[in-house]
Design a binder for this molecule. Structure first.
Ligand SMILES: *[C@@H]1O[C@H](CO)[C@@H](O)[C@H](O)[C@H]1NC(C)=O
Ligand SMILES: *[C@@H]1O[C@H](CO)[C@@H](O)[C@H](O)[C@H]1NC(C)=O
Length: 307
């Protein structure tokens, strides 16, 4: 009886060993998430040269898109819990607290997408920020803005944002287009009524699951290009998931040296203590602590004051 029990356990273990590795791989997603086909330049189209905008059809596989959305959903929920204390809207809080940034090389799927982005843009991975995942629900939009910075603080780490790769993780039924209102010659882009009204105000790219847009916010000589103004049109029907990847002119991975300084020892936001408790002093040092000559927003809560 006892022997049979042991044999049964052994048999179960053996059967399990065949399954366990698959399940483990499933956990981090490396092998179960089918990758997109290898880089294929005929899938890339230049849609504008002023500013420089390119669209890559099928940059991500459906499975990769779904995987990123799943990762993001976990983080969104975490952010919501933290945010309801402040009473602020989830999206804006998420931005400030960078609650929806994935880690770099977080898992094999994220790693291979980051490698693909580097291969497409010819820009090193270390120049890029962590991938961000955004969700736009009905009516949500992003007013036209520039990805390069006007202030000096944000340029301390990695310099200006040079290029943006915007990946669409879902197909939006209506609205949600990426629109470039300053693109030269946008008026000649043919548009039928499947484009939203907002999209008729500039060169528009429809969000299609798996497609990606690459555009440059600086001219090749490093001067900001105001034609790179862009926004996200309101979502009219469906839900938009997108993943921007911002790439700087220099390495973004080596954080700047932050000098200790007794001046300006104050919090500039009522949320500083909360953000500090969530580890933002370490994760977002330029914003929270500051850099040479540019004190951050939460010096007090980050304990960088001498007294
Ligand atoms: C590259 O993409 C084009 C357009 O989608 C397709 O016709 C072609 O077969 C692809 N080439 C390879 C090698 O996959
Ligand atoms: C915030 O969320 C938590 C967890 O969902 C809940 O227990 C708490 O009551 C919420 N607080 C407020 C002020 O809504």
């Amino acid at each position: 009886m006892r022997l049979r029990g042991v044999l049964l356990v052994l048999a179960l273990l053996l059967a399990a060993t065949g399954v366990v590795p698959v399940l483990l791989l499933g956990e981090d997603g490396g092998d179960v998430v089918a990758p997109a086909p290898p880089f294929n330049s005929s899938r890339v189209k230049a849609v504008s040269w002023q500013p420089r905008i390119f669209v890559y059809k099928g940059f991500l596989s459906d499975a990769e898109c779904d995987h990123l959305v799943t990762l993001a959903k976990k983080k969104i929920q975490r952010s919501m819990v933290a945010d309801n204390q402040s009473g602020k809207s989830v999206m804006s809080e998420v931005r400030t607290s960078s609650g929806m940034f994935l880690n770099k090389r977080q898992d094999p799927v994220v790693s291979r997408i980051e490698e693909r982005i580097a291969a497409w843009t010819f820009l090193p991975q270390e120049n890029a920020e962590n991938m961000q995942i955004l969700r736009y629900e009905h009516g949500q939009k992003y007013e036209p803005h520039f990805d390069y910075f006007h202030d000096k603080i944000n340029q301390v780490r990695g310099g200006h944002r040079y290029a943006t790769v915007l990946m669409y993780l879902s197909t939006v039924d209506k609205g949600g287009e990426t629109v470039f209102p300053n693109a030269k010659g946008w008026e000649s882009q043919p548009k039928d009524d499947t484009f939203s009204e907002c999209a008729h105000q500039g060169l528009a790219v429809k969000p299609v699951k798996g497609d990606a847009v690459l555009f440059f916010s600086l001219h090749v000589d490093g001067v900001p290009d105001p034609l790179s103004l862009h926004g996200s049109c309101p979502v009219i029907q469906g839900e938009k998931w997108s993943a921007p990847k911002w790439i700087h002119v220099r390495s973004y991975e080596n954080p700047p040296v932050v000098p200790k300084d007794t001046r300006g020892c104050a919090d500039k936001s009522e949320h500083c203590a909360e953000w500090a408790a969530a580890g933002e002093c370490g994760k977002n040092p330029v914003y929270m602590v500051g850099a040479e000559g540019a004190p951050g927003q939460c010096r007090k809560s980050c304990n960088v004051c001498d007294s």
